[in-house]
Design a protein. Structure first.
Ligand SMILES: [Cu+2]
Length: 669
């Protein structure tokens, strides 16, 4: 396949090089920290606070400024207890830059949070976080593999299974959640799954080493105990999927070229993106990966806010298998690890096709040193088929418009699984969120002839457990301003009678969600349920409250019992929609430190206050569930599955906002 691309330096513009300010980098308050800022934050912290040489840096990210420091056109009066809204249109005169640092002192078994002012060169706050178990870091996962392979009990267990070279064993640390033994309370633990690679290029998930598990203390980096539940033979297959292991490949595809001879239609200035009428900024954190800031739509010369901030705030995967240790399998890939850290470097022509603009991101490693994930965020345009059309039979005329969409994406690898996360922006004012799930399903070994209700046999003696994926998408909304009200809209059929003589009548019924207790909702496709986020203080010309609606796609709830330890830790997944009033410190639906947390933090804790949510700055938390009853066709690598939802204008505009899209220049149209 041939893909035409412009010169790298033409599109791969560093933020510092934009706008001609080559000497003084123009920073915008929401720009992610760059390598220099990460280095400086760590230097300031080491200088001013007793950070030991053993300290492990979990994350160094932008400490985001208050909303009143952000230029995002809107004209709200201030909300009591919150900073005043902004009306200004340019960046503030002084850009205050702050870093939020999470670090772990393993000898003290203590997690610290610090806020460092890069502007003032000083530490603004420093505190130990009681009972927090910091997420595990990549370096700790590597060390965990080393100590597990070296452990004599593990080696003996491997030998019982005919494995003599521990170097061919893959060790995967998993969050232990609430399952540690009573005597282990207070320790920072993981438990391990082991897999065997017969050849170095084998798929390790083809040979799960059954029944042998290490419980490892990450602070001390010691194997606390080893459990051996008994030997089950290794499955015979290799699970190979790489092109050089497949034999003959198809050769019957003709090339597709995506050619944009005049370049793409978007404009990028630093981290700001403009495309058609859309205006937004990109951000990136170690924990959430891609963050979208200040999403607005330019309408008759002014930018109308839609979303203040959008990100995926948790990713929770519960598994169905009740057998010992298999029942421990569940993951919080954001709270226990961080999907920014897990982000891939994307490859042109593979992950994204066409005229691509990539963004590099910079993160801190365990020592606080900056490193770069190159090409971490992909920005491009796609043709998306039909936008709108009508054929007027009397006039014999056709008006057709093709749809173009802006795609902003990143891809993470969480051990066996890939999540490709896409935000799409459309010319009709719609925004779509989509996740594509691919990678390798998690396996365990079965004895020959054995089957299970809790998974599918995907290869001989190889069980892929059924499981679910739940993404909590945090949407800090700002529809035409900060003060919004959320309505649930169901469609109801009218009982036949005098007002409905022919029985055809139905109508949408709109109900405001006034308090947090009323705003813990599930989807109801048979009522056509959606949620409307409206600005009750504004009216459009034809009299509507400007609004966007959240339209669910297919969805599911967790099947784990509500009282089970796993559901307790992921209460957000018991509802599809939660609405809370905006608080800057309410960022993660299972709390700031879900690793080993017994549960109840985050949404269930905050919403106990049952705060009012009408006509105020609201945050929507949408739980997107993907139900995965595994298939043989998911093996040895899974064709991408998709899940998502839409945000559509509903009374935000007075007519189809894509009316002025020009007809295609194609001579055939
Ligand atoms: Cu899955």
């Amino acid at each position: 396949m041939v893909v035409r691309q412009r010169g790298d330096d033409e599109y791969h513009i560093s933020p510092d090089a934009v706008g001609g300010h080559h000497t003084a980098p123009a920073r915008y308050p929401l720009d992610p920290l760059d390598a220099g800022e990460i280095t400086r934050a760590v230097e300031i912290l080491r200088r001013e606070r007793p950070v030991t040489p053993e300290a492990r840096f979990v994350s160094v990210s932008l400490n985001e400024p208050h909303k009143d420091q952000i230029a995002f056109a809107q004209a709200d009066p201030p909300i009591a207890g919150q900073p005043a809204g902004t009306g200004h249109s340019g960046p503030p005169a002084a850009v205050l830059r702050e870093a939020f640092v999470v670090l772990l002192e393993p000898r003290q078994h203590t997690t610290y949070e610090a806020v460092v002012s890069l502007t003032a060169g000083s530490v603004l706050s420093w505190r130990p976080v009681p009972d927090a178990r910091a997420p595990f870091t990549p370096a700790e996962c590597v060390q965990c593999e080393v100590v597990t392979r070296a452990d004599s009990r593990i080696r003996a267990g491997l030998e019982r299974r005919g494995i003599t070279d521990p170097g061919q064993v893959r060790v995967e640390p998993w969050g232990i959640g609430a399952f540690s033994a009573p005597g282990e309370a207070g320790r920072r633990l993981v438990w391990t799954l082991l897999f065997y690679r017969e050849r170095p290029d084998d798929n390790p998930y083809a040979k799960p080493i059954h029944g042998l598990h290490a419980i490892v203390d990450l602070d001390d980096m010691t194997v606390v105990r080893v459990e051996d539940l008994g030997v089950v033979p290794l499955p015979p297959g290799s699970g190979a999927y790489a092109a050089d292991r497949i034999g003959s490949l198809r050769d019957d595809l003709k090339p597709i070229e995506i050619v944009q001879p005049q370049g793409p239609s978007f404009e990028v200035r630093g981290w700001e993106v403009r495309w058609q009428r859309w205006r937004l900024r990109l951000g990136f954190t170690a924990r959430e990966g891609l963050v979208l800031h200040t999403i607005g739509y330019e309408d008759q010369g002014r930018v109308r806010p839609v979303i203040w901030r959008a990100s995926v705030a948790e990713l929770f995967i519960p598994y169905a298998d009740p057998r010992p240790f298999q029942a421990w399998r569940n993951a919080f890939d954001i709270g226990e690890f961080g999907i920014g850290i897990l982000t891939n470097s994307l490859q042109l022509g593979c992950d994204c096709l066409g005229e691509i603009r990539y963004f590099d991101v910079e993160l801190a490693d365990g020592n606080g040193e900056p490193y770069t994930i190159s090409q971490a965020i992909c920005l491009h345009e796609e043709d998306f088929g039909l936008l709108w059309k009508h054929f007027d039979a009397a006039l014999q005329t056709t008006e057709t418009r093709r749809s173009r969409r802006l795609v902003i994406s990143f891809v993470i690898t969480a051990d066996n699984y890939e999540y490709a996360i896409y935000w799409y922006f459309y010319q009709d004012g719609s925004i779509e969120f989509e996740v594509k799930l691919t990678g390798i399903v998690l396996t365990s070994a079965l004895a020959p002839g054995e089957t299970s209700d809790f998974g599918t046999l995907v290869a001989p003696q190889t069980l892929a457990a059924h499981h679910q994926h739940f993404l909590s998408v945090r949407l800090d909304m700002a529809v035409d301003g900060l003060r919004n009200t959320v309505y649930e809209v169901d469609t109801e059929a009218i009982t036949p009678g005098p007002g409905n003589p022919l029985g055809n009548a139905f109508r949408p019924v709109k109900r405001p969600l006034r308090r947090e207790s009323e705003a813990q909702r599930v989807i109801d496709p048979l009522r056509g349920r959606y949620w409307l986020v409206a600005n009750p203080g504004n009216r459009t010309e034809i009299g509507h409250e400007p609004a966007y609606k959240l339209v669910p796609g297919s969805n599911v709830l967790a099947f784990s019992h509500p009282d089970s330890p796993v559901t307790q830790r992921a209460a957000f997944a018991t509802r599809h929609l939660w609405v809370t009033p905006f608080r800057p410190d309410e960022r993660f639906p299972s709390g700031d430190y879900p690793n080993q947390h017994p549960g109840g933090a985050g949404l269930p804790a905050w919403t106990k206050a049952d705060r009012p949510i009408e006509n105020t700055d609201v945050v929507l938390w949408y739980t997107l569930g993907s139900h995965h009853v595994t298939r043989p066709e998911d093996w040895p690598v899974m064709p991408a599955d998709r899940a998502g939802f839409m945000l559509k204008p509903a009374g935000f505009f007075d007519h189809n906002p894509a009316l002025d899209v020009a007809p295609s220049p194609s001579p055939h149209c």
